[in-house]
Design a protein around this ligand. Structure first.
Ligand code: CP
Length: 336
């Protein structure tokens, strides 16, 4: 039987689905969630009775833990599907697996998969919301949202990010983060330059992907508001795309010499995990503009905002109440 069509706004598969207005709506909601997270007891009952299931077919530290923390802070029940201990190993198909978990009563699947498009397939098989937590080289929409949120809050902005200049540097070809973050930033008014060796650029790196493309990092450094370093994804390279990691660092890494050229106000970002000594050859703790830890912290507020946006219809946004209501809500959440 063909399932009834799902309201597309009940899932988050690509950052483009949100558009600029949708991104700003989530970032504004994340401001309220960040306020919840600053409370002594950072828990509210906003998604009580909802169940969020993490289904990660690829390794993750930040995304999986921050989604699970976000769901718990909103009082949702959480399920973690352990791929290596599942009946997938007995030959059960992905579709049967998803339909089996859905039959237990799941409101949202948070899906990471090594194949581009896997969350879209899952979305077609279930009435639950599906959140793309990273698929192959394709997309990582919540990373893009937390990146935009981090820039906005670090610079004390509201609304969009008009007029900022950003460089995304490194292994763009294999990077779902580069695709989603570049798209989100451009929708918010940022001028995005992609900096990479030709061998690490995708075929659509020009107009569709960025405002400018170059292989000369030193030409753009001095004018940047945001320097975004990508991880060299050695596990996705099945051919030698750079002569050596040492040469890569010499031409594209953030070295002490390059850090000295940056304005002290330039934000330095990385989605993690970092290859220290490769794309970043200085200690980020010594860089005044580094906001890499803030990206991780903000990931919780942004993922709370995404979960609430998809599952919390009809409820008042947590953190948007009066101060008196805040303390009541916090106590109520804390009694869970
Ligand atoms: N940035 C990111 O997706 O990190 P994880 O792979 O640790 O989730």
């Amino acid at each position: 039987m063909t399932p009834a069509l799902k309201n597309p706004s009940r899932s988050l598969l690509d950052i483009e689905d949100l558009g600029a207005d949708g991104i700003i709506r989530i970032l504004d909601l994340a401001d309220h969630m960040a306020e919840v997270n600053r409370r002594p007891n950072p828990k509210v009952p906003a998604l009580r009775g909802k169940t969020v299931c993490s289904v990660f077919f690829e390794d993750s530290t930040r995304t999986r833990l921050s989604f699970e923390t976000a769901a718990k802070r909103l009082s949702a029940d959480t399920m973690t599907f352990a791929v290596s201990q599942s009946s997938l190993n007995k030959g059960e198909s992905l579709r049967d697996t998803i339909e089996t978990i859905a039959a237990m009563g799941v409101d949202a699947f948070v899906v990471r998969h090594g194949s581009s498009g896997a969350p879209h397939l899952i979305d077609a098989w279930t009435q639950a919301s599906v959140i793309n937590a990273g698929d192959g080289w394709h997309a990582h929409p919540t990373q893009a949202l937390l990146d935009a949120y981090t820039v906005r809050s670090a610079l004390g902005r509201t609304g969009g990010l008009d007029g900022l200049r950003m460089a995304i540097v490194g292994d763009v070809k294999h990077s779902r983060v580069a695709r989603s973050t570049a798209a989100a930033m451009r929708m918010l008014g940022v001028h995005v330059t992609v900096v990479a060796p030709r061998t690490l650029l995708p075929p659509d790196a020009s107009d569709a992907f960025a405002d400018a493309v170059t292989d000369r990092l030193d030409d753009v450094l001095a004018d940047l508001d945001v320097l975004y370093l990508l991880r060299m994804q050695q596990e996705r390279m099945n051919e030698a795309l750079v002569p050596s990691l040492r040469e890569y660092t010499t031409r594209f890494g953030l070295t002490t010499q390059r850090a000295a050229v940056l304005s002290p106000q330039t934000l330095i970002m990385h989605p993690g995990p970092m290859n220290r000594g490769v794309e970043i050859a200085v200690d980020p703790a010594e860089l005044p503009g580094a906001v890499i830890t803030q990206q991780v912290t903000n990931g919780i507020a942004v993922r709370m905002a995404v979960l609430f946006d998809l599952l919390g219809s009809g409820n008042t946004a947590p953190g948007a109440e009066t101060a008196d209501t805040n303390s009541d809500t916090s106590r109520e959440g804390g009694s869970q």
